[in-house]
Design a protein around this ligand. Structure first.
Ligand code: ZN
Length: 223
């Protein structure tokens, strides 16, 4: 069985490798996201490799084995289900839940997770728009794209955010954005790559390129 720290490493490797489009994750990347020294990361990687949760060769980076990936998906499933619970049943705001879910995700009981899933009505997405893996560890495919990769003139629906931190989510709220909002991408600045969105009601919202990199959208077909 994996410890609290081991679970967090497997989860971090899973997320980083998804960001790298499946490529191996480097020790430095892991040191950065886990905020630990590279030497301690290396020690942990040796441990995870002995347990056959990861494939690890010095200087070649890390990938998850099938069993490592199953553990990571279980943690992510619990994290996202708890986030739904906190918002829908306990009335937390979406910028208040990530740190709580970071702790709740480590409760081992499969029965609790399955009952929570049932109680919530088998949600497919968490409050940030991230897909929730099912009990078999299948991650639903979402088909969303980073807003920053879209072209001027496109009509879009805001589907999710890829940053869970409170300052980002509060900024997102203050801009008047929300999940499900339909917008047109009316301008992309040549100077700083900031974007202008126009809502259905004609309101213009200017956002920085950094914000746009953390918003997931789907293109809507022109009718
Ligand atoms: Zn979260």
């Amino acid at each position: 069985m994996a410890s609290f720290t081991e679970e967090n490493y497997l989860k971090a490797i899973f997320h980083l490798s998804a960001q790298n489009e499946g490529k191996a994750v480097s020790t430095n990347e892991l040191a950065e996201v886990t905020q630990t020294r590279a030497a301690s990361v290396t020690d942990m990687l040796k441990k995870l490799s002995e347990k056959e949760y990861i494939h690890y060769k010095k200087y070649q980076g890390v990938t998850l084995t099938e069993s490592g990936s199953q553990i990571a998906l279980k943690i992510i499933r619990k994290h996202r289900l708890w986030e739904v619970f906190l918002v829908e049943k306990l009335g937390f705001k979406w910028d208040e839940i990530h740190d709580l879910a970071e702790e709740l995700e480590h409760i081992k009981s499969k029965e609790l997770t399955d009952k929570l899933d049932y109680f919530l009505g088998h949600p497919k997405f968490d409050p940030h728009g991230d897909p929730i893996p099912d009990a078999q560890g299948n991650m639903p495919s979402v088909g969303t794209t980073q807003l920053s990769k879209m072209e001027q003139g496109q009509k879009l629906t805001i589907m999710g955010v890829s940053e869970d931190s409170a300052p980002f989510l509060q900024h997102f709220d203050r801009l008047g954005l929300k999940l499900g909002l339909e917008v047109s991408l009316t301008d992309i600045s040549d100077f700083d790559h900031s974007l202008e969105l126009q809502t259905e009601s004609g309101q213009n919202i200017r956002i920085s390129s950094e914000v746009a990199q953390n918003i997931q959208v789907k293109a809507r077909k022109l009718s």
